[in-house]
Ligand binder design. Structure first.
Ligand code: DUC
Ligand code: ZN
Ligand code: ZN
Ligand code: ZN
Length: 476
């Protein structure tokens, strides 16, 4: 027969359609989608299941150095193992330039980490912490040509923060290169001011992490990033948006006609700042420390409003895992002395799809097609992977997740495949769960078992984002 594999009898869901169809796969690609295909060399019965494009998580952190802090709990092996178990087939982590380092050399370090270790396909965004003349003039344009077509910049953190002048210079460079800029919007000085005041008052429990960076701090930085993007005429993606105020800034910009995009994450519809209180303001609140911090129930509703009305294009995990008990069982005592030393980030690459499916599709807030757009298709389009990734149609890579829409699970650490020693979603009941994950036609995960191998995943040289074209056109 014509096919290496036929996935038979499932309901195929894309960002546009929901149809009962068979999917024929040949040489790692989708060869046919039709009502009824003849058997291939192999056949899988998907009756009762949804067949969706594999999740694309365009915001994960793997193997990032911690600047003297604790090491990240996931490198490429455990992080992508967790990704495929959770129904994903592509991740886009970050290659971080430490200050003083060459960007090209930093990218090479991440390739060394990823090479032969990844269970799924991957690209890299570039984190720019030191936008020197040679970085802006030579390194970035060459790296964009090589498929690193998006940058992330930070408006906070001692080791990463860019001042307004530097933000403008990176934005202007991105405009010239056709790269898409992702911005971490929280104001550095306001956070420092609050952190020092809270520590002086003896307020050092993890909960005060949330108090030190309230929504106004995120809203101000979001507005500032948007204004700089307008000034330089460059499209920007505002990442990890936590609540109403930053969401409304993005909506305001979009209504003005600016090319401002938005990303949100599971923690902003499933956790609140109260989680950072732990048990009676103890250190267990450290399991929920991430930035921006989770807010409150009204913020969840604001995030849903932004999802439903198209303010947000992507729903990413911001998977950024650290060990609660300390690296390899060694306690991280400094993190217990003040919230300021608790590393910012939580694991979530494996739970992103079930959380959005359960709260979004099952609870009636979004359609199946919107689910696919938010978790896969829009990531591919936004970051230059379309039309290779992100849909189910002839010619696309056969990256698929077979999804049981009725399966009830309780998220628990024992189910997870990540390197971290906890999940912040412990005990959360969800409906809808990945049953099998196919990477370019290969079964890589099935029922929580990892079937693929490290090295199955390869590097994706990404094209320019069609969303990164400046509103006023490219220079000639
Ligand atoms: N920003 C991220 O994107 N991830 C984790 C922490 C942070 O500040
Ligand atoms: Zn440039
Ligand atoms: Zn960030
Ligand atoms: Zn992140």
């Amino acid at each position: 027969s014509d096919f290496d594999l036929v996935i038979r009898g499932g309901t195929v869901v894309t960002a546009a359609d929901t149809v009962r169809a068979d999917v024929g796969i040949r040489s790692g690609r989708i060869a046919a989608v039709a009502d009824r295909l003849e058997d291939g060399a192999a056949r899988v019965d998907a009756s009762g299941l949804l067949v969706m494009p594999g999740g694309i998580d365009s915001h994960v952190h793997l193997a990032q150095p911690a600047f003297g802090g604790p090491a990240m709990a996931d490198g490429f092996e455990t992080g992508t193992r967790s990704a495929i178990a959770g129904g994903n087939t592509t991740v886009i982590p970050f290659a971080l330039q430490p200050r003083g380092a060459s960007l090209r050399a930093s990218v090479a370090d991440y390739h060394k980490e990823a090479d032969g270790r990844s269970y799924c396909d991957y690209g890299f965004h570039l984190i720019i912490s030191d936008p020197t003349a040679s970085v802006l003039g030579q390194e970035l344009p060459a790296l964009v040509d090589d498929g690193y077509t998006s940058f992330k910049v930070f408006m906070t953190y001692d080791d990463l923060v860019l001042n307004d002048r530097q933000l403008l210079e990176v934005f202007d460079c991105a405009r010239g290169c056709g790269a898409l800029v992702m911005v971490h919007c929280e104001g550095y000085d306001a956070i420092r001011f609050m952190t020092e005041r809270l520590e002086q008052a003896g307020r050092k429990a993890p909960y005060y992490h949330a108090v030190s960076r309230p929504e106004s701090v995120e809203r101000e930085a979001t507005h500032r990033a948007i204004s700089h993007a307008e000034l330089t005429d460059v499209p920007v993606m505002i990442v990890h948006v936590s609540g109403r105020e930053p969401m409304e800034q993005i909506r305001w910009a979009q209504r003005k006609g600016l090319k401002v995009y938005g990303e949100t994450c599971p923690q902003y519809i499933a956790l609140t700042a109260d989680d950072l209180k732990g048990l009676n303001m103890d250190e267990t609140g450290g399991k929920y420390v991430c930035s921006p911090p989770p807010r409150d129930h009204a913020s969840w509703e604001a995030i849903w409003e932004g999802i439903r009305t198209g303010v947000f294009q992507t729903f990413s995990s911001d998977h950024c895992p650290f060990y609660y008990e300390g690296e390899q069982g060694k306690l991280n005592p400094k993190a217990r002395t003040s919230f300021r030393w608790v590393p910012n980030g939580i694991p979530g690459v494996e739970t992103r799809l079930p959380i959005l499916y359960s709260k979004g599709v099952v609870e009636g807030r979004i359609s199946l097609n919107e689910f696919v757009a938010l978790t896969s298709t829009n990531h591919a389009k936004m970051y230059g992977l379309y039309p290779r990734k992100g849909s189910i149609a002839p010619g696309f890579d056969a990256d698929l997740v077979l999804w049981d829409p009725n399966r009830k699970e309780t998220i628990r650490q024992e189910l997870m495949h990540h390197g971290a020693d906890y999940t912040p979603y412990e005990g959360m009941a969800v409906t809808g769960w990945p049953v099998a994950t196919y990477l370019r036609g290969m079964l890589v995960a099935e029922e929580g078992r990892i079937v693929g191998e490290p090295g199955d995943g390869g590097f994706l040289k990404r094209g320019l984002s069609p969303y990164a074209v400046p509103a006023h056109g490219r220079e000639i």
